[in-house]
Design a protein around this ligand. Sequence first.
Ligand SMILES: CC(C)(COP(=O)(O)OP(=O)(O)OC[C@H]1O[C@@H](n2cnc3c(N)ncnc32)[C@H](O)[C@@H]1OP(=O)(O)O)[C@@H](O)C(=O)NCCC(=O)NCCS
Length: 160
Amino acid sequence: MKNLTIRVVKTEPELAAMLHQRWLVLRKPLGMPRGTESDRYDGNALHVIAVNSDPAVSASQSLLQPVIGSARLRELSPGVGSIAYVAVLPEFQHQGIGSALIQHLIELAKEQSFSQLRVMARASVIRFYQRFGFVARAETVNYLGTPHRFMDLNLNGEAG
Ligand SMILES: CC(C)(COP(=O)(O)OP(=O)(O)OC[C@H]1O[C@@H](n2cnc3c(N)ncnc32)[C@H](O)[C@@H]1OP(=O)(O)O)[C@@H](O)C(=O)NCCC(=O)NCCS
């Protein structure tokens, strides 16, 4: 997409806009209310967003750029990062935005010298993560009524 910027969330209003976008994509379709899109780790995590940085759009939206995509990275244990809440607005999916978000988080994880990344992936998006080298564990976990599998990416090896 033209004029797309992937960057870390910088301000409280941006964080609020991101949480709303996260809810729209990940919780509203499950019939879950506002508030269910956040957990206690959000305060200490890195959040990346995809925003339309087209000057024409920015000007018409005052100072806040609309959040199109978002994803979170946090430290799970020393050297191990966790990716969660990966979400792209339905009308912008299949344009490479989700991939750009994951690529950005992988770079941030490397900067933080993480050796491994983990994600709990919906069964429907396992192929999406495999493209980056994530490997799915055998067991299936039920989360929010949907089958998920933990997937790991080694950042030290050749696949990193
Ligand atoms: C999963 C999700 C984040 C992927 O985001 P996305 O922006 O659609 O991802 P991408 O566009 O990078 O890649 C997805 C598909 O688009 C294709 N694609 C990527 N760029 C493309 C382009 N320029 N033109 C056409 N197709 C493209 C990819 O090949 C991929 O296809 P595949 O999944 O059938 O193999 C998004 O679908 C989403 O938010 N889903 C709902 C929430 C969800 O399931 N989140 C994950 C929780 S674990």
